[in-house]
Design a binder for this molecule. Structure first.
Ligand code: XIL
Length: 301
């Protein structure tokens, strides 16, 4: 293939990017998006603060712009994210206990029902574990009770039985890290008890503090062996030039080596679209030109 999406499709995979609704009027951005990608993740538009700014009042207009653009251009959508401690509306941040639990369940039901049939995979729960390995103590959702994660998955399954349901996190790429082991044990437990989980998302924001690990393929393989798909969901890699390109290529090769690794999503199109305030972590430069990292990805696919 001559584009990321077409080449990934030849391998039975997808190649996606995070998309911001307000950039859909930028012709350079949309040109690259439509040419190269066949999966999109709304970067912020499906988060709790965006979709339920007041309790019980749902707002889907920004997310709909992305979903409509995707559907009109033959791209699928990864939904992101139903339950997360971050980017909650103020009213939810002020709730606790059963009121917060009930609000979470209602939120998942309403959003997943609204988009039923339009979402390839949902990040049902995002970032529920601490880097030290245990559950994240600073999450208000965690304080509603240890069962909040499985309740979120069961609620999502009931609302959209056709979507793959994923657990998504960062710093879960290195097989030896405590957080990786904690998430692995949760997935193993969910599979053993029949909690509906179909996939694990590896954000894979690689930088000096959290570099691409040499055992990345092992991690993907070990999770896949639990009976879930694995997806690289928010890839970006600090650096530039040949070093960055080589790492991008290795990530792609690792995914292709694991049959249940069914797709890769980068967290933005041009370096200027990155959520990182500095650096050049993406595949296109600020002018929309292909970087060495782009060529390495295309060659690896
Ligand atoms: C980031 C967005 O890219 C930013 O625009 C926003 O200000 C903050 O969130 N992990 C995730 C993503 O799961 O939702 C985050 O996205 C990046 C880290």
């Amino acid at each position: 293939g001559t584009t990321l999406g077409a080449s990934a499709a030849e391998q039975g995979r997808y190649f996606g990017t995070a998309v911001a609704a307000y950039k859909l009027s930028d012709s350079q951005y949309v040109g690259i998006l439509n040419r190269e990608f066949n999966m999109v993740t709304p970067e912020n538009e499906m988060k709790w603060d965006a979709t339920e700014p007041s309790q019980g009042q749902f707002s889907f207009s920004s997310a709909d712009r992305i979903v409509n653009h995707a559907q009109a251009n033959g791209m699928r959508v990864r939904g992101h994210a139903l339950a997360w401690h971050s980017q909650q509306p103020g009213w939810a941040q002020n709730l606790s206990g059963s009121a917060l639990r009930q609000a979470m369940v209602n939120h998942i039901t309403q959003v997943a029902t609204y988009y039923r049939g339009k979402i390839y995979a949902w990040d049902v729960v995002n970032e529920a574990f601490a880097d030290s390995g245990g559950v994240r103590r600073d999450s208000n959702l965690q304080r509603t009770g240890d069962d909040w994660i499985e309740v979120a998955f069961r609620t999502a399954r009931a609302a959209d039985p056709g979507a793959k349901l994923c657990y998504n996190d960062y710093n879960t790429d290195n097989w030896t890290w405590a957080k990786t082991q904690a998430v692995y044990n949760m997935v193993k437990d969910f599979k053993a008890r029949g909690v509906p989980i179909d996939c694990v998302g590896f954000q894979s924001h690689f930088n000096s503090g959290s570099p691409y690990p040499s055992n990345y393929r092992t991690t993907l393989q070990n999770f896949a062996a639990l009976g879930v798909d694995v997806q690289i969901t928010e890839l970006d890699i600090e650096g530039s030039g040949t070093t960055q390109a080589t790492t991008y290529g290795n990530v792609v090769k690792d995914c292709l080596a694991v049959s249940r690794c069914n797709g890769i999503t980068v967290w933005g199109i041009r370096d200027s679209d990155s959520w990182r305030s500095s650096g050049t972590p993406l595949l296109f430069d600020g002018n929309g030109n292909k970087k060495p990292a782009y060529t390495a990805v295309l060659d690896a696919l």
